[in-house]
Design a binder for this molecule. Structure first.
Ligand code: C2O
Ligand code: CU
Length: 506
């Protein structure tokens, strides 16, 4: 076992920005006094970022890094994050998966005013619950998140972790519209639900056919300009053509190799920061032991060959390094490897670091899906009333970017109102042709069912990917954090197209 300090250094080497991580993460453990916040400084500004040799883009970054510097905190630690906006436009930060107080949630027009160019905003909150969380812009996400304003927020558990490991590495997956290559097909069907094993393949097959539609100019332009409460300015509403896929801000061959020792157990914290794509992660020659869903521990690890991960989802997996050689860690979705989504995993002392090419497809592979995991009951018990709502997700008709909940677009959608302590059950039905990774701010939920299959020991998550073509999901939460919370599709195009409801906890 290595010390935590060594973890930080290792993480830094993996493209997460040694400087940022060191400045942010390394301090004597003993000095974490209850109540005294630790100050972290983030500056959002434009940078030139090299995704791969010959593919340099104008990006937006926190502290000049893509993804931004990983913040590491101990569960319960008070953080004071000073955001300086050096962009030419407003911005905010949302702490995704963290139970922050409502005014710290980073939603412009709902929980705070947008932070104007040149201004500073101070976020202060306790880092909890433990797990793989992340932070990202919540202003004009369709542009700002696509340009790089996202980063890991790792909250270390004070309780013992369910699975032992020797060290850990964080991987941020992202998609880019860099205009340098051939666009990758969009993900359609959703891959993570109960129909998951077929989903990955379906997503791939179907998307080929949809390319024409997408390229032929989606978006009904002016129909959804700014002023819908999301602080938008006029923008081009056509779905971007994603052509580059990165791991920690780099596309292969620029991805940083991961060097492992024989016998080592490596914990990977995987964050999908993509706007549009589900990734299906695989490490050739190895299996992945899934231990956490959106940062929350399972009762026991689940062994799979490949891991579908929808936008905004996080999974922690342990890899047992027991097949010396050189391998590719890569995505099995069509076109993603070609777009750069692969990295070398090389065993120490292995002379020839040229692995076999990644195998395309998922035929014969055991894939993760929601039905495989058994969650722990870690959420607070309800003390109030039980409530239930049904939300029908629709939109995207004839290639439009109008997305609705029960036929309405935010801010016209009906809020889900409850009191603190209530048990709130939400049934989601997807009547559209695309999957919707629905994310709730401010509190996590139990996933009771997906696609008609009930789960006895629900996963705890903050994103549920509701599959296309009549996919469904039932979630339940204990409303323990008061305020107005966004519940929305995490594909920014869909969110900005109206697929947002408020959870109003009084
Ligand atoms: Cu990760 Cu409202 O978002
Ligand atoms: Cu959506």
């Amino acid at each position: 076992m290595r010390t935590r300090r060594e973890f930080l250094i290792t993480a830094g080497r993996l493209g997460l920005g040694a400087a940022g991580v060191a400045a942010v993460g390394s301090r004597p453990r003993e000095s974490v006094a209850a109540g005294a916040p630790r100050t972290i400084r983030l500056e959002a500004r434009e940078v030139k970022w090299e995704l791969a040799p010959g593919k340099t883009i104008k990006a937006m970054a926190y502290n000049g890094e893509v993804p931004g510097p990983a913040i590491r905190a101990r569960e319960g630690e008070r953080l004071r994050v000073v955001l300086k906006n050096s962009l030419a436009e407003p911005t905010t930060i949302h702490w995704h998966g963290v139970d922050v107080p409502n005014p710290m949630d980073g939603v412009p027009g709902v929980t705070q005013k947008p932070v104007q160019p040149g201004e500073t905003f101070v976020y202060e909150f306790e880092a909890r619950p433990a797990g793989t969380r992340w932070y990202h812009t919540h202003f004009d996400e369709h542009r700002q998140m696509d340009l790089g304003l996202a980063a890991p927020l790792i909250i270390e558990a004070t309780a013992k972790e369910p699975t032992s490991y020797d060290r850990e590495v964080t991987l941020v997956l992202d998609d880019w519209a860099a205009g340098t290559g051939r666009p990758v097909p969009p993900t359609d069907a959703g891959t993570a639900g109960a129909r998951g094993s077929a989903g990955g393949m379906m997503g791939g097959m179907m998307s080929g056919g949809r390319m024409g539609g997408m390229m032929g100019g989606r978006g009904m332009g002016g129909m959804m300009g700014g002023g819908r409460g999301m602080g938008g300015t006029t923008r081009d509403e056509t779905e971007p053509a994603y052509d580059v896929m990165t791991i920690n801000g780099k596309a292969y061959p620029a991805t940083e190799p991961l060097r492992v020792k024989n016998g080592e157990r490596v914990r990977l914290r995987v964050i999908n920061a993509s706007a549009e794509h589900t990734h299906v992660l695989r490490l050739a020659g190895h299996r992945l032991h899934v231990t956490h869903t959106d940062g929350n521990p399972l009762q026991a690890p689940v062994e799979v060959d490949a891991l579908p991960i929808a936008p905004a989802e996080r999974y922690d997996v342990v890899v047992v390094a027991n097949r010396p050689g050189a391998w590719f860690l890569h995505c099995t979705e069509p076109g993603h490897v070609e777009a750069g989504e692969r990295m070398l995993v090389v065993y120490e002392g292995h002379a020839r670091p040229t692995p076999p090419d990644p195998e395309p497809g998922i035929a014969g592979l055991r894939l993760w899906d929601y039905g495989r995991g058994r969650g722990r009951s870690i959420l607070p018990e309800a003390t109030g009333e039980s409530r239930a709502s049904v939300l029908t997700l629709s939109g995207g008709m004839m290639g439009s970017e109008i997305w609705t909940i029960n036929g309405k677009r935010y801010p016209d959608t009906d809020p889900i109102a409850c009191r603190k302590g209530d048990r709130v059950r939400i049934t989601l039905r997807n009547m559209s042709m695309e999957a919707h990774p629905m994310h709730l701010h401010g509190q996590s939920f139990r996933l009771l069912a997906a696609n008609g299959i009930r789960y006895g020991e629900p996963l705890v998550k903050d994103v549920v990917d509701v599959e296309a073509h009549m996919g469904s999901a039932v979630i339940e939460l204990t409303a323990h954090n008061d305020g107005d919370w966004f519940f929305h599709c995490h594909k920014p195009m869909h969110m900005m197209g109206g697929m947002i409801a408020l959870l109003r906890v009084k």
